[in-house]
Write a protein that binds this ligand. Structure first.
Ligand code: GTP
Length: 291
């Protein structure tokens, strides 16, 4: 992670933690900082109340205690969700879903590389078959990551058949992990979910689906979440990937998104390079967020 991450609350909180004593301004400023960072009104209120109660219990007047308490409260809340990727099946099949433009293709490239760095063998499936450009883009990322790709034989081929062929090839070759790209936009939302359902059914005839990762753009925060609602309700999502955190000032979204969806964050993307994807560690994240 970058040393001074854009999503860090550090500068917004400096005035509060640097003050001489805890007073009413402490709470007003803390609330404003958390709202600005996209924690959302509900979570913000709860966190402020939690810290106020602790300050009273320990009878402290030192603002630096507020910083420590905030760090602990954030970490504790982040850690309620298990960020472990479940990839023990062979092959382990991962579907990657999300609306267009959130960074799905880039994430698959980075994820393939991430898995290769743990010596796993990987094949990606280009089941977003409606745009030839999307397939080419995925092929470029697969090449960079040093993994194989299964492409549609023609434009507009049934995405489920590409997914099927990818899993089939992995089973034949003994490839450990299958990562399947899916479309983010169809004419109707219903159509998109039907298509995803079909991919799932067809794949499950050959192998269980280990993970369905929903990719979300952190710069769009809670608005982006609304756009992804159909995936959350109907997509069988098992985990979240937050992209573009490097360009986001919405560090609080990281906590809000888990609590709103009830889904764990499993990966975070912080840049356009192939190495800019990491697992999610609540302790490290809380430390960087609060300072
Ligand atoms: N700064 C930054 N940019 C990112 C990150 N992830 C993806 N991007 C950029 O976001 C843009 C969209 O990424 P894509 O991977 O093409 O997104 P997509 O969801 O596959 O979009 P479609 O191909 O249109 O479906 C590209 O310019 C990426 O370089 C990230 O973690 N940080």
């Amino acid at each position: 992670m970058a040393e001074r991450a854009s999503w860090s609350l550090g500068s917004a909180l400096r005035g509060i933690f640097g003050a001489k004593t805890i007073d009413d301004d402490t709470w007003d400023d803390l609330e404003a900082a958390l709202i600005t960072a996209d924690f959302g009104p509900g979570v913000t209120e709860e966190i402020v109340e939690q810290i106020k109660a602790q300050v009273e219990r320990y009878r402290t007047t030192d603002p630096r205690d507020v910083q420590r308490m905030l760090r602990e409260v954030v970490e504790e809340r982040l850690a309620k969700y298990d960020p472990t990727l479940r990839l023990t099946e062979r092959p382990a099949v991962v579907l990657v879903v999300g609306v267009n433009g959130v960074g799905k293709t880039t994430t698959i490239g980075k994820f393939a590389r991430f898995l290769r760095s743990y010596d796993r063998s990987v094949v990606v499936g280009a089941a977003d078959t409606f745009r030839a450009a999307a397939v080419d883009q995925l092929a470029t990322w697969a090449e960079r990551a040093g993994v194989g790709i299964v492409r549609p034989e023609r434009e507009g081929q049934d995405p489920a058949s590409v997914a099927f062929q990818t899993v089939e090839q992995a089973k034949r070759d003994g490839t450990e992990i299958v990562v399947i790209d899916t479309a983010g936009r169809l004419h109707t939302k219903g159509g998109l979910m039907d298509e995803l359902g079909k991919i799932r059914r067809v794949v499950e005839k050959q192998a269980p689906i280990s993970e369905v990762l929903l990719v979300l753009d952190a710069t769009t925060g809670q608005n982006g979440l609304a756009q992804a609602e159909a995936f959350i309700e109907h997509g069988g999502v098992t985990g979240l990937v937050l992209t573009k955190l490097d360009g986001s000032a919405k560090g609080g979204f990281v906590l809000a998104v888990q609590e709103k969806t009830g889904l764990p964050i499993k990966l975070i993307g912080q840049g356009e390079g192939i190495a800019d994807l990491t697992g999610f560690t609540p302790h490290v994240f809380a430390q960087k967020l609060v300072g």
